[in-house]
Ligand binder design. Sequence first.
Ligand code: SF4
Length: 409
Amino acid sequence: MTQEAGRTLSNEEIKQELYKEIELKLDISVKGINIDREELKKLDIKAGPDLPGNRSGVLPPWNFVNSRIPDDRIGGGGFGQDYIDPLYGLEVEDGKPYIYKYGRNKTKIGEVEFKERKRPEILNRLTSDGVPFYSIASINDAGQVHVNYSQICVLKDKGEDCYFCNYGVRNAIVKNPKQVGEVFSELYLAGVGKHLNLTSGFMQERRELEYYLDVAEEIRKRTGLKEFRGTAVIGAPVDLSQIEKYKEAGFFSVRMNIEIWDKYIWRAICPGKHNHCGGWENWVKALERAVEVFGKGKVASNIVGGIESKKTILEGIEYEVSRGIVGSASTWRPVKDSFLEGHRTPETYWHLDLQKKIAAEYKKYGFTYADLHNVSPSAGLAVDIFHVEEEAFENGKLIPWRYPEAVKA
Ligand code: SF4
């Protein structure tokens, strides 16, 4: 029970309201919001590259005023620029932004607020070779340190990039592993960096292993930790014995996103992964091997939700989750400059039903909320639904994720 503005709310009522909000935010993410620059000028918000962690032209994260969902969970979706015919819009009234739904009738949905990201002071420090920390890593409110060590994915150069992906810049800078190790270590030692998420596209000749081991060595040297809370986001290695090397180097968990479960569709949609990672069967074997090495809940794999049937996605999720792998599905939004630009994602109810079924798999196979945060980034909407079902509420809101304090080895 929660007392709220003179009324008493049961957990069941809070759950119903949370589900309404989840569905609404999902619908906004699927159908999109029109951004009218003239309306935005009425607000004092920064948008663009001057805002830390913000891509040019993309607005800061947002949330509904009085939302029951923590700011870092669901929000920010829908304000991308890739929607051709968005159903929602933003209008400013008396200096306050409101979301409207258009269509047959115009409906006022609710007031929103933008969360201006302030760069933590520590990110203004310089590495030993004079590079600002903020150019190497970003950090969220929970303490997850995100490092995208390069914007390169060599699959793009080969014309073998995954059909849903628009990632990959030719001749992009590769951040030096020493810089990455130094920045994470400093953030960790200052008590603000809790979990490293280390990711990129594919490197030339699949040299990811070498890179990750160099980062890990630097972190071990600087922190004294034998194992650090860090996720290596990688492609499945052809030589499966490489998986042990990530563990020995000190990584806590590993993510290998298979993207598509149906092996025939996989081959068509992910030609580069098929050609350079030993095929679909090897990817699945790599996931199984990784669970043997890292343990239950420390291996994750995402499927892009909406390209293949729900039936095959759920077969994949059950296969993975029953073996201790955190299987998840993202909500596919076809992006500009991908091979699937101009396609459509399934309806909101399709995505919501998929996420509820995935959340039920986590419960069936005994995952805890903490297990679902061992691998970064966490498995998304199904994790929030799992949390709602656990009735993890604080003052009528869903409790935000907090990392446990790391234990020094
Ligand atoms: S999803 Fe595919 S194309 Fe995109 S970065 Fe990853 S491996 Fe490269």
